[in-house]
Design a protein. Structure first.
Length: 350
């Protein structure tokens, strides 16, 4: 895989980033204003942008974590990066706003985790993005790649790259019909039966959560270093299902991968009833092969590989109708061992 090295935003452009409000929700394909995390997108050069992002201090989904010290959720940076890529592609690259982007692969890694501690505030968050792709003769992009660098002030805290396929609406419908053979139902068509959808659900604390609404796993089975569970998200979770989908979106699968990884790493070597270790999912590598259907059972399996005294690597596979639809590798760190440099002062200003 080819890796492109991108340039950081210049200080003059950074100073021009507006953090006063979030951008129009349609530009990031969101329905709820509360689910928009991009405040401004500025052009750096052709096919490159920088963007300010908003990290909410209280959020139903992204703030619901038990690990201490309390860090900003890694997945809010992944979601913000996804939103920056969508808005930047529409406004600065020329991708039509009704285009559907299908994610094929992505690589995401957070570092310098001390800078993510809530309240430490090492600086305003931003994401620099370079887009790569060659348009067809008619000027249309059919596929592309993006590379992002994530910053908290002057601290480089993460990297993200993603390969996508661009489809028009009718092309996506043809693809969905070819995969299923029948029209796909929408998540809004499913009647939410709280009793049936919570039966066998994992206890929130075992996947690092407090709110049962955010738990997406049921019926975990543990054999040695392996875990197998069913993926059953709540369709009334507005963070995972901001609008109607005809499949489980990629971010829902990523959350399921994170939860099975946290479950595996946090309970490793712990006695039944013993509190799980406080762990933080800091890295993801993903490949998506097929859509995850809403109306068929979805199984997730995880195999844990110790990678050091404070780190685990979890290999995750999703199976539906005996086919692998996605595979992820999740890196999990012991949150209690995250270094906090003494020279990094806290911001006590109001």
């Amino acid at each position: 895989m080819t890796t492109q090295v991108i340039e950081d935003a210049t200080s003059s452009v950074i100073q021009d980033i507006d953090y006063g409000r979030t951008i129009e929700r349609a530009l990031v394909h969101r329905s709820a204003i509360t689910e928009v995390f991009v405040t401004d997108v500025q052009t750096l050069r052709p096919m490159a942008v920088t963007a300010g992002i908003h990290l909410p201090l209280t959020h139903l989904y992204y703030s619901d974590h038990r690990s201490r010290p309390k860090l900003h959720d890694s997945l809010i940076f992944l979601e913000a990066g996804r939103q920056v890529s969508i808005a930047g592609s529409h406004v600065h690259v020329g991708i039509p706003i009704d285009t559907i982007a299908i994610v094929n692969t992505f690589q995401f890694r957070m570092k310098n985790l001390y800078a993510l501690e809530v309240g430490r505030e090492t600086g305003t968050p931003r994401i620099d993005t370079d887009f790569f792709g060659t348009p067809a003769r008619n000027g249309r992009f059919r596929k592309g790649r993006l590379v992002q660098r994530i910053h908290m002030g002057d601290v480089h805290v993460g990297d993200h790259s993603m390969d996508v396929l661009f489809l028009k609406k009718h092309e996506n419908e043809i693809l969905r019909q070819a995969q299923r053979g029948t029209p796909a139902p929408l998540s809004s068509q499913f009647t939410e039966d709280v009793v049936s959808r919570t039966a066998g659900r994992v206890a929130p604390e075992l996947v690092g959560r407090d709110n049962p609404l955010n738990v997406v796993l049921t019926e975990p089975q543990v054999t040695g270093d392996s875990v197998v569970a069913q993926v059953v998200p709540r369709f009334d979770n507005p963070a995972l299902f901001d609008h109607a989908y005809d499949h489980l979106p990629a971010m829902t699968l990523v959350e399921a991968a994170r939860q099975v990884a946290v479950y595996s790493a946090g309970t490793a070597g712990r006695a039944p009833g013993e509190a799980p270790l406080p762990v933080y999912a800091s890295g993801f590598e993903a490949e998506f092969h097929r859509f995850a259907e809403l109306d068929a059972p979805l199984t997730v399996s995880a195999d844990r590989v110790p990678a050091g005294p404070a780190r685990h690597v979890i290999r995750v596979r999703f199976l539906q109708d005996a086919q692998e639809i996605a595979a992820l590798t999740v890196t999990v760190d012991d949150a209690s061992r995250i270094p906090h440099p003494a020279l990094q002062p806290r911001n006590h200003h109001a």
